[in-house]
Design a protein around this ligand. Structure first.
Ligand SMILES: [Zn+2]
Length: 506
């Protein structure tokens, strides 16, 4: 064997070691701690955390100048990070005499160990991990957020947690339940969305490093924020009577899986079925760690009705004895002959686009006419999306062609299904939207109608209004409602109203 070949074999060995080692902390010392990653921008939520973790030797890059913040973390890499962190933090980092139980974490015959061996031995003997099975650690398996936060929690010795959890997807008694709550209380993470921890999503490198960084900053063993029971009681606790899984997050799906949703015909029922069959959605981006105040407001728009009615009955409100048809067919135009569901969708899509332009996150209950979604299910889409407001779009019809004008509806003060706060905000929302619509369109303005018998209002868990944009039984207004000019003006007026509502203006 010539010298050159030997050299190449050496280089190959180095390359293999580098590839296998992944996030193994190397290199910080040589760079004097200066962070070399071009994919960690100054303004990124993880910038400071990566700078810290790199300079402490807890992580290295995935390449010379890359950190790969969105790359998923393997269980081996996560344990290695924790092991390094524990050492820096002055915790015990040795394994004890317990034999390594995992057949996939072994010392080779030549005595060499995989880079994660000591970390796994430490984690096992300190009850930080039990493996994915009795004799399997799963080093190459990517780590879920539920697993990762449990590792951190166990590393800290399972501190006591005090209060109710803000997360819908951290079920009572689940192995990650207390860990997620602890992380919330210690301000290590605020979850993936407002109501969801994102238990089954794979943890990204950016997220893992942020968690360690905050754990390190919040060294004192005390809670930084606590969700009071009263606040917890205002959170949506259930998804009603349907089989909608608590872990299904419409907000993720509709904002991050647009193409998939489109390929499923934009039909929430189909999307839900797909979810039930496949278990989850892939390709979601990290939305972790945007401060709550800076999270875009979420508007759920429900274009009323669809191309057919649903005569089966459903509860008029949670716990109600009254049952109403799942969905009625709506009215139709005396001049245009068009069906209400069409007009509702047309204006709703314009409103959606206008709101997105203004920076809102918009979740639609439907984007086509041929769907199958009851009124309860529409409210549940808004609930699951964690929407800040729920705007239900309709047109009116009357026995006489003389009536014309716009009105909105809101729950009355004595609505038994909604909290006083939601009722008050719904009434303000209804009034503000109505004022701004007619300011823009010049239509006649009716009063806000207070109603307690609307299923889609009663099941909502946020401020909600029904907008009756105008009367399709009035020839002139019917034509206006189907005209481009009329629809644009209504959408602009309602968007202004939504701006005003959130700004606390009238
Ligand atoms: Zn209607």
């Amino acid at each position: 064997m010539k010298w050159v070949e030997k050299w190449n074999i050496c280089r190959l060995a180095v390359l293999i070691v580098t590839l296998v080692m992944g996030t193994v902390p190397v290199g910080a010392a040589e760079n004097g701690g200066k962070m070399p990653f071009s994919d960690v921008k100054e303004e990124a939520f993880y910038h400071d955390a990566v700078t810290w973790a790199y300079s402490e030797g807890i992580v290295a890059g995935t390449g010379k100048n890359t950190f790969s913040p969105n790359q998923k973390v393997s269980r081996a890499d996560l344990v290695t990070m924790l092991h390094r962190y524990a050492e820096k933090a002055g915790m015990s980092v040795s394994g004890n005499s317990m034999a390594m139980p995992f057949s996939d974490v072994t010392v080779k015959s030549d005595g060499t160990k995989p880079y994660y061996y000591d970390g796994v031995a430490w984690a096992f003997s300190n009850a930080i991990t039990k493996g994915v099975a009795e004799t399997t650690f799963g080093p190459r398996v990517t780590c879920t957020r539920g697993q990762a936060i449990t590792f951190l929690y166990n590393m800290k010795g399972k501190p006591a947690v005090t209060t109710a959890s803000p997360f819908l997807d951290c079920g009572e008694g689940a192995y990650y339940e207390k860990a997620a709550l602890w992380a919330y209380e210690r301000d290590i993470t605020s979850g993936k969305t407002r109501y969801l921890f994102g238990t089954w999503d794979q943890v990204t490198r950016a997220e893992a490093v942020c968690w360690l960084y905050r754990l390190d900053r919040n060294k004192e063993e005390k809670s930084i924020r606590v969700l009071t029971q009263a606040a917890a009681d205002t959170l949506p606790r259930s998804y009603g009577e349907t089989d909608l899984s608590a872990e299904f997050d419409y907000r993720y799906v509709f904002t991050h899986c647009g193409d998939l949703v489109k390929s499923l015909g934009n039909d929430p029922a189909t999307v839900l079925r797909y979810y039930a069959e496949t278990g989850r959605f892939h390709g979601m981006q990290a939305t972790e760690d945007v401060p709550a105040g800076e999270k875009a407001k979420i508007i759920c728009i429900d274009p009323g009705h669809q191309d057919h009615g649903m005569s089966a009955m459903e509860q008029n409100g949670p716990g109600s004895d009254v049952r109403k048809a799942k969905l009625t067919t709506g009215t139709s135009g005396w001049a245009t002959g068009r069906d209400e569901y069409m007009v509702n969708l047309e204006v709703s899509l314009k409103l959606r686009d206008e709101l997105r332009k203004r920076g809102y996150t918009v979740v639609m209950t439907r984007e086509t006419n041929h769907v199958n979604i009851s009124n309860i299910e529409r409210a549940q889409i808004a609930n699951a999306a964690g929407a800040d407001i729920f705007v239900r779009m309709h047109c009116n019809g009357a026995e006489t062609g003389a009536l014309h004008g716009a009105l909105t509806m809101a729950p009355a003060d004595d609505n038994p299904y909604l909290t006083a706060g939601i009722i008050k905000d719904s009434q303000r929302l209804a009034q503000t939207l109505l004022d701004h619509q007619v300011r823009f369109t010049g239509q006649k303005k009716f009063e806000v109608q207070l109603v307690n018998n609307m299923t889609g209002i009663n099941w909502a868990r946020m401020p909600v209004t029904i907008v009756e944009m105008g009367y399709m039984s009035n020839h002139e207004e019917d034509r206006y409602l189907s005209s481009t000019d009329g629809q644009n003006k209504i959408a602009s007026g309602l968007a202004d109203g939504i701006d005003a509502y959130f700004a606390g203006r009238s």
